[in-house]
Design a protein around this ligand. Structure first.
Ligand code: BGP
Length: 486
């Protein structure tokens, strides 16, 4: 029976806007994340409030002098500590490191004719460090990191003008890092804009008002085209580069075996997940979207040229983040709800949830891997999986995170089952391999790492790094190519 292939990429993932900090250093321009405050008065499970950014909040962020309540401005100071961190990744035995390039570090406003050399040099240095230890980079081009200027002055993702700036950025980084980066992911969770419109596309509900849904889907369309443009550029600039696509995977179960509930699963998964991967892997906007646009009174502008780009530039592999599964029904009002990554959905009485309400479901990982493989037969990467939890730093600087080991172990076991099922999985990345700022709630105390970072929710702490118990556990897992999970 099959097992993990020899060249399986055991990885760890981060994003520039959650770890780099140095928001104004090295010529970097403002980004979406720099403007989103930490709001300690909100409940951890209050997803609606947590994800919304209003015009007033943006104005306040522009006026803000200090950095106290804007944690993405300082991150975990990866910008200055990347050597120390990469050394730890090497000690861990990491085969691949997922990171993102911050677009506004390369083009501060997005519209410059020439890139910012200091920004380019920073990533050169990061790649040099990774090469020193033989760690393969997996690079996201845009992880919730659109330059703020494009949003505030150029209508952001709402018009095709952005594609010109995007292409310039993509060409710059593909050419600069040619031969150094093989795996490129144009967008983190390209289905996110519908759920977190601000971080996905800089959309503010109080600006969009009744056009909100229309704007969301128009932005999504241009992001899909942008993903295909990245593939087009890669073919010209670095044919050895592989371009992927990624969604936040919402593995969905019906609340009952009532046919209406089962049908609802098909609809939810089509609209929330498959629309994106079908378009980018099969090369056509799926027919079910025509019905969706019509029923929702959406008038999405799509040109023949854009369809051609999508058709001719399908992705080499597919990826997703997997944290939990969801429940749906034909009558969602009847469902007891829980919080999940990006989405509020039905609760599953058979599953336990994390403190943030995310329902842990390792079997759902095997299930979704089979679904994705059957649908596309393209190599799959799990680019994010992990458990956000409150960790305790003991007096002797140890962190006994057995709950995290249990979570990771159960998911890796199910991933192995999927490998045995014949699914072509190429790599697995623990999200937040090192503790970083939470994307959803901006807390520091929602920790995912196998490396602890001494910093609290308000930016206090030494920033010292400590190995958690899960560090030694993941090291063994990697060394044994997934055989030793004890
Ligand atoms: C994904 C994002 C990541 C990450 C993760 C965990 O949706 O791609 O950036 O943060 O979710 O979410 P959170 O940080 O809200 O716990």
């Amino acid at each position: 029976m099959k097992d993990f292939p020899k060249d399986f990429l055991w990885g760890g993932a981060t994003a520039a806007c959650q770890c780099e900090g140095a928001w104004k250093e090295g010529g970097k321009g403002l980004s979406l994340g720099d403007m989103k405050p930490y709001r300690p008065h909100l409940k951890r499970t209050d997803l609606h409030e947590q994800r919304t950014v209003s015009l007033d909040m943006l104005k306040e962020a522009h006026a803000e002098k200090g950095t106290g309540l804007y944690p993405k401005r300082y991150g975990i100071d990866f910008y200055h500590r990347y050597k120390e961190d990469i050394k730890l990744f090497a000690e861990l035995g990491l085969k691949s490191f997922r990171m993102s390039i911050s677009w506004p570090r390369i083009y501060p406003t997005g519209i410059e004719e020439e890139p910012n050399e200091e920004g380019l040099k920073f990533y050169d240095d990061v790649f040099t460090e990774l090469e020193k230890y033989g760690i393969e980079p997996m690079v996201t081009m845009n992880h919730y990191d659109t330059p703020l200027y494009l949003i505030e002055h150029k209508d952001g993702w709402k018009t095709p003008e952005i594609l010109k700036y995007w292409e310039r950025y993509v060409r710059t980084i593909l050419a600069r890092y040619k031969g150094r980066v093989k795996y490129w992911l144009p967008f983190n969770e390209i289905n996110a804009t519908i759920f977190i419109p601000y971080m996905g596309a800089g959309l503010l509900p109080d600006v969009e008002k009744e056009n909100f849904k229309q704007s969301c889907y128009q932005c999504v369309h241009y992001q899909l085209v942008a993903n295909a443009i990245a593939k087009k550029c890669a073919k010209e600039i670095d044919p050895n580069a592989e371009i992927g696509c990624m969604i936040a995977r919402f593995t969905t179960y019906p609340a009952t075996c009532k046919p209406e509930d089962v049908m609802q699963v098909v609809l939810d998964e089509n609209y929330e997940n498959y629309y994106y991967t079908d378009t980018l892997l099969l090369g056509e906007i799926p027919a079910y979207m025509d019905r969706f646009y019509e029923e929702n009174n959406l008038d999405i502008k799509i040109t023949g040229q854009e369809k051609k780009i999508l058709k001719e530039n399908t992705c080499d592999w597919v990826a997703y983040s997997y944290y939990m599964s969801l429940v749906t029904s034909a009558n969602t009002d009847e469902l007891e709800k829980t919080n999940s990554n990006l989405i509020i959905a039905g609760k599953n009485p058979y599953l336990e949830a994390s403190e943030w309400g995310w329902q842990k479901d390792p079997i759902g990982l095997r299930y979704s891997l089979n679904q994705m493989w059957d649908r596309y037969h393209k190599p799959i990467f799990i680019l994010e999986n992990g458990l956000g939890a409150v960790d305790v730093l003991e007096e002797d600087n140890t962190i006994k995170d057995t709950y995290r080991i249990d979570y990771l172990k159960s998911h890796i076991e199910q991933m192995r089952e999927a490998v045995k099922d014949g699914v072509g999985i190429k790599g697995y990345f623990i999200w937040g391999i090192i503790d970083l700022i939470s994307s959803g709630t901006h807390e520091m105390s929602k920790r995912y790492g196998v490396i602890y970072v001494d910093q609290d929710d308000f930016g206090n702490g030494s920033l010292a790094r400590y190995k958690k118990d899960s560090f030694a556990w993941y090291k063994k897992c990697i060394e044994s190519n997934g055989k030793d999970l004890e």
